[in-house]
Structure formats: structure tokens, C-alpha cells
Design a protein around this ligand. Structure first.
Ligand SMILES: [Zn+2]
Length: 476
């Protein structure tokens, strides 16, 4: 009897011991995108204002959106109902931008005086970079500003806007936190602070959160549906107040953060927190923008098309050319099947230090050191049979051919059968116009089967030189 019990225990332990090799499908954790966030295969595009802005403006919002194969229009400053309606009729989800500096009603006025914050001396306040603009910041506790803010929301929803992007979402608290202004001493803040036994600056943080909660609640009750609110969470951060209140982030990625390790880590963290991230990136180096587009999508983020983008070093806005960037967005559209539903499983780079990392333990590794090749492994969580995808992004200018090693036990029970490589296709205006019109992007990815060799469980795949920085390997 004792022996039998022992045998049962041994068998039990055997059957419960975790598999020695977790598969990449198990390493990828299930996730659902936050409400209203772009899908991984969405092409996000921002015409910051309706264009043409005037008679001298040669740019047109919807033509440009078509040129980049946009599906989602983000961060748009507009109160023009016809413009918003047109976006809706063309099938775009459009986000209208809100800020602490919305001008007084009626729409189009240049006055910013109703319901504004005041400092102890009784003067209106603004952010340091807005000095001299007469662009006074609204007070979240002031019914006058609340009325203005909600009027923008209501008008946008009436015209068919899908959601909202809030810039400077910390509002009055931003001025307090940075010690730019001691606010707010308006009648409403003073009364609220008195009732709590606090000083007016001390109630700003809680009041700002309450303001955003109320506005979202009112928007959803008015629209009768969930209304997504994103915010400008600079460089993709979530720690700073009040970013975590928002469904997702649409934010500038500064050039100093434009590297694969940062982009991977920040997007992995966003997903862990149940958030999604759209980046806006501008540089005067086209190849760098292209690598950032590839990497952001490879990591499960979205990258605004580089068009109508603010530049730190120039008063002009940046308008990227479709011939330089549309091939990457068309490639995204062509590969929706390999983007949507896939989650982060593993990341490897040719710069991993093999003195400290036992590469035999890894599902994906590189045979030899070369500079700056990055592999982002994505899988359908728990789906043992679905193909696994490996995004390869070449951050050198430009590496030659190289090889990658896959441990087939970490992929499929019966090993690896095929490795197909998908790459973007150089720009051809007619082909792009046709794809956009027919909504068929299948010709926007080049396909080739890659030969591979096996040694034990290790599958070695030779990768040719990547002329356009990015390849998706579909492993079956
Ligand atoms: Zn106030």
C-alpha cells in the first residue's frame, strides 16, 4: 500500500511538473486592447488641423490620409461639423483633441477668458511656453470652463467623432507640480478647498481626475456608447499623473528614445498595464523614421504617419513623403493577419552577450554577433497550432545577410515545417492607389520561403540582406 501511494505521488508530480520548455505560445500572454484603442494593424494618421487651412495651403487631409493608407485619424483640432462628418462617412474613426486652453464659445472665438484659473494675485495663468499668446488655462472646478469643455465634446460627438485625445491632461496640476504657478484661487477652488480644510493648490490633483472622470461619463451617457479618451503621455509613460486614467496614449517619441530596446520595453509595459500606445515621431532622417515605424509595429504599437508633425528644431511642420513611408504602412495593412491577435512572446538581439546568456535555453537566438539586428517574437497566446511570427528589424545601415536560430521545441510539438519571409515592397504610386481603392493590400508584401537546416532541435534560417529594414518571418 505504501509503495502504491509512493507511485501515485511520483506519477502525480510527473504529470504536474511544468514542461521543460515553455512554448512561445505559452510565453505570449492573453491581452485585450483597451476600449477604442487602435488595433495592431491600424494605420494612425494625424492631420492636426483640417487641411487645406487656407487658400495657400496645398495639402488636403483626406488625400494625404489615403496616400498613407490611414484607418484611424488621431489628435485632430476641429470644431467643423462638416469635416468631422466627412471623416465618419469615409469610414475613419476620428479623435478630436481637447486641451486646458480650449477657447470660449462660440466655436472659432479667439478668447480664452471664461472659467480660467487665477493665481493668488488674481491673474490668469498659462504654461511657460505659451507666454504672450493670451491662451489662458481653464479651471477644472469652474462651471464656466466645464461648460466650454463639454460643448466641444458634445459638438464633436454630434458630428460623428469616435473619441478624444487630451493634450496636457494634468491641466492645472501640471502648473502646480512644476511650480510654474500657484493655482487656483478662483471662487470655486477656494470654496472647495475651504470645505476640505485644504489650500487651493492641494486640491488640484484630485479635482483634475474628477474632471476627466466626469467628462468621460457625460460623453458616454450623451453618446450612449463607450467613448475612448486617450492622452498625450509623453514618450509613452504611464506613471505620471493622470496618464493611467486614459484608455490609451498618443504621444511624441523624442529622438533620444528612438531605439529598439526602449520601444520594446515601453510597449511591453503598456500591454502589461492594459494600455495601448500610438507614437508620433519626427526626425530629419528618413531611414530612422522607417526603422521606428517597423519597430513600433513589431512591438505591438502604432506609429502616426510622419505627416503634419511638430519639429523641435524648426518652426515648420514636417510632412513626410508617401514614397518614403507608404510602403511600410501598406505592409502593415497587408499583414493584419500576422499583427492582430498576436502578443509579445520573446525578444532577442544579435548584441546579446553570450558570455552570460546560455542561448541554448532561448527559443530564438543568433549564431554570431553582428551589430543591431533585433527579433521580436509574437504568438497567439495559448494557440498551439497558429503560426508564430518573428519581426526582424535591422537597425544598422545596413547589415548584410545573417542567420537566426530557432529551437523548434519552443514552437510546435511536431517541429518547424516552413519559414516564410514577408518584406515591404518599394513604392509604386499606381500600385498604392489601386490597393487603397480596392482595400486589397496583398501585393504590398513580398513573400519568399526561406531554406533552413536542422541540427538536433536547432533550426538555422538564413536571412538575406533586408533592403527595407523590416521582415516578418511566419513560422509554421
Ligand atoms: Zn479654480
Amino acid at each position: 500500500m505504501k509503495q502504491f501511494q509512493f507511485l501515485v505521488i511520483v506519477l502525480f508530480l510527473f504529470s504536474c511538473s511544468p514542461a521543460k520548455w515553455a512554448t512561445v505560445q505559452d510565453m505570449a500572454k492573453p491581452a485585450s486592447l483597451p476600449s477604442g484603442a487602435p488595433h495592431y494593424s491600424d494605420v494612425c494618421f494625424s492631420s492636426r488641423w483640417e487641411r487645406p487651412r487656407d487658400e495657400s495651403d496645398t495639402l488636403e487631409t483626406f488625400q494625404a490620409a489615403r496616400n498613407f493608407h490611414a484607418t484611424y485619424l488621431n489628435w485632430v483640432y476641429s470644431t467643423n461639423a462638416d469635416f468631422i462628418k466627412k471623416a465618419n462617412n469615409l469610414g475613419y474613426r476620428m479623435q478630436i483633441a481637447l486641451t486646458p486652453t480650449l477657447s470660449d464659445l462660440p466655436f472659432g472665438s479667439n478668447i480664452h477668458k471664461k472659467g480660467r484659473m487665477v493665481n493668488k494675485a488674481g491673474y490668469f495663468v498659462t504654461a511657460p511656453w505659451m507666454k504672450g499668446w493670451d491662451n489662458w488655462w481653464g479651471c477644472v472646478n469652474n462651471p464656466g470652463f466645464q461648460e466650454t469643455y463639454f460643448a466641444y465634446i458634445r459638438a464633436a460627438l454630434d458630428a460623428g467623432a469616435y473619441g478624444f485625445q487630451v493634450d496636457d491632461p494634468a491641466m492645472g496640476y501640471l502648473l502646480v507640480r512644476n511650480q510654474w504657478e500657484d493655482v487656483c484661487y478662483c471662487q470655486f477652488c477656494q470654496e472647495k478647498a475651504d470645505s476640505l480644510g485644504l489650500l487651493p493648490p492641494d486640491i488640484q490633483k484630485a479635482s483634475v481626475l474628477e474632471f476627466h472622470q466626469n467628462m468621460k461619463k457625460r460623453a458616454e451617457s450623451y453618446a450612449g456608447r463607450p467613448v475612448p479618451f486617450s492622452c498625450n503621455n509623453f514618450r509613452g509613460e504611464w506613471e505620471l499623473f493622470p496618464f493611467s486614467f486614459f484608455d490609451f496614449g498618443v504621444a511624441e517619441l523624442p529622438e533620444r528614445k528612438a531605439n529598439p530596446e526602449y520601444i520594446y520595453a515601453i510597449l511591453r509595459e503598456a500591454r502589461r498595464l492594459g494600455k495601448a500606445q500610438v507614437f508620433s515621431f519626427v526626425s530629419d532622417r528618413e531611414f530612422l523614421i522607417q526603422k521606428v515605424i517597423a519597430t513600433t509595429y513589431a512591438c505591438g504599437g502604432n506609429q502616426l504617419a510622419p505627416w503634419d508633425v511638430w519639429q523641435a528644431k524648426s518652426p515648420e511642420r514636417y510632412f513626410g513623403k508617401a514614397e518614403s513611408f507608404a510602403p511600410y504602412y501598406a505592409f502593415v495593412r497587408a499583414n493584419a493577419l500576422w499583427l492582430d491577435g498576436y502578443e509579445d512572446a520573446f525578444y532577442a538581439t544579435t548584441q546579446d552577450d553570450t558570455r552570460y546568456v546560455d542561448t541554448k535555453q532561448l527559443p530564438v537566438s543568433f549564431e554570431a554577433y553582428t551589430r543591431q539586428v533585433h527579433a521580436f517574437v509574437r504568438a497567439r497566446p495559448g494557440d498551439k497550432n497558429a503560426p508564430v511570427v518573428i519581426h526582424i528589424v535591422d537597425w544598422e545601415v545596413l547589415t548584410g545577410e545573417f542567420s537566426i536560430l530557432l529551437d523548434e521545441r519552443r514552437f510546435f510539438k511536431h517541429g518547424i515545417r516552413s519559414v516564410e519571409m514577408l518584406t515591404p515592397v518599394p513604392f509604386d504610386a499606381a500600385a498604392h492607389a489601386k490597393a487603397e481603392e480596392s482595400n486589397d493590400f496583398s501585393n504590398m508584401a513580398a513573400h519568399r520561403l526561406l531554406p533552413f537546416s536542422k541540427s538536433g532541435h536547432s533550426v538555422k534560417v538564413g536571412i538575406p540582406k533586408l533592403d527595407m529594414h523590416w521582415a516578418i518571418l511566419v513560422v509554421r
